[in-house]
Design a binder for this molecule. Sequence first.
Ligand SMILES: Nc1ncnc2c1ncn2[C@@H]1O[C@H](COP(=O)(O)OP(=O)(O)O)[C@@H](O)[C@H]1O
Ligand SMILES: [Mg+2]
Length: 201
Amino acid sequence: MLQITKKPIGMGKERMCFVHPEDPRLAIKIAKGKVNEQSKREIKFYRNLQKRGETVDSHIPKFHGLCETNKGPGIVVDLIRNYDGEISRPLNWYLAQGFPIEEFEPRLEELKQSFLKNLIIFNHDMTIGNLLVQRTSSSKFRIVAIDGLGDVVAFDWLDRFAFLVRRKINRRWARFIARVYRSREVRQQREAASEHSQSDQ
Ligand SMILES: Nc1ncnc2c1ncn2[C@@H]1O[C@H](COP(=O)(O)OP(=O)(O)O)[C@@H](O)[C@H]1O
Ligand SMILES: [Mg+2]
């Protein structure tokens, strides 16, 4: 059993995330409560992906199986770090800092294309707080989805038809993007920009 003694690096509503005590390249996600729907969904999602035998690209963390820890059972995934070793920050953090949403649009489109290509279904937990901006060099970055992966519906037999899965992904993506532009972070930066342009006139 793994002994976790350090503080969590991240805390969601339902789960805590730690650096793996034996490998700093890995993260362990542990439910705060006893049973956790989100974790069950995520494990099912990663298992399905493994069954399909596809080598999924770098827009979601790689799954490294399950583990037992002193804090309960955990999910082991890649810990998303920038090229300099710093743990990547979420998109909402960058937006709150004032980085305009437009700068992220091409990378978000890339994420969508990766989901469509790899038939990756996500749910309503796909939010700007659950997307990490992974800086791969001083000028380049990609967006990595760490949470909100997998489906919320029980009847998933239709997912055997790729075209239906793509339709679902497109539909959910449209809703996700609408949520992004409605978010407090984006509204605030747009208000600040319009005040700025008014004071320029
Ligand atoms: N693979 C990862 N790499 C880096 N940080 C992570 C990773 N997975 C989770 N985290 C951090 O842990 C937090 C909680 O994990 P998350 O999966 O979002 O749990 P929850 O379902 O409770 O929202 C995230 O907001 C993030 O800060
Ligand atoms: Mg989360």
